[in-house]
Ligand binder design. Sequence first.
Ligand SMILES: [Zn+2]
Length: 366
Amino acid sequence: MAVTYELIAKQNKARAGIITTPHGNIETPVFMPVGTQSTVKAMTYDQVRACGTEISLANTYHLFLRPGADLIAKAGGLHKWTNFEKPFLTDSGGFQIFSQMRINKCKISDSGAEFIDTVTGQKHFMSPEDSILTQNKLGADIIMAFDHCPQGNATHEEAREAMLRTHAWAERCVQAHARAEDQALFLIVQGGIYEDLRKQSAEFISGLNVPGFAIGGVSVGESREDIDRIVEFTTPLLPENKPRYLMGIGTKEDIVKAIAAGIDMFDCVMPTRIARHGGFFDFNGERMQIKNQKYTEDFSPLVEGCPCYTCVNHSRAYVRHLWKVHEITAGTLLSIHNLTYLINLAKEIRGNIISGTFDPVKYLNT
Ligand SMILES: [Zn+2]
């Protein structure tokens, strides 16, 4: 069964749609939790499901190194391996590999990228074909092309070089993909902060016949203004009848602006990462800190009216106590709340788009 997309409502540039996959439907816009090592950190997949999750990510880079894609294939693929039978998306591994540029541990050529396993120090090589083969073995419903993501401060020439390589690799990824009947390959637009390059990249990538598209190389160190400008500029250049995924963004502000620009899918490690450091979102998406002394005798939930397991069952005082005595459950409870917040934010906006009442300014001003 192929992965398909249906656009069901539009308000200005914002879209509501449904992605159909072999493991169920995804209503978009959607926030996707990141399960780096085939688990969302500090959570069981039962807990992830209970947050209203419709799709989970897993990271090819990490699973390629440990335990290896062959073992997961032997287990029956990611869905059986994790017992999460909803849709999965795997990234290509490229982002993690190229982030080693910062520590000068990654060598890129047109054939692929050499990198080190930062745990063992061992050298590895990954080509576009290797990434796709690995993702074919992992078996996610949506897989991503191996792209060259330049750093946020890349010059025009550096961004152009990375874009051209991304285009050449995109064609190789399409060629190498051996499971097109049940895995959707999404291709990625690059081009840094430069509108001429983003336009060129969107045109090239859109010309390749795949089930979905992504905007990569955003929020990699460039300014807030550049992020907004590039997302607003690039998104409408992508085909209307295919899903659009903005990779690696996830604050409330990012999500609202991206949806308003016409994005359908986002992911970010931020909500669960800040949870493991005691951070939680208030009703307004502002980041609060559970260890704050003012919560010592505060028996109200993290957010009044929040439907998540944590808020229904526990108080700020209780979660703060767990945090203060280093109980790992504190990170779990805060992760449940933060994921639920962002998943529900996307769902609420979806409802607003369908009823024609989505007002981005209202979300950004409150
Ligand atoms: Zn909650």
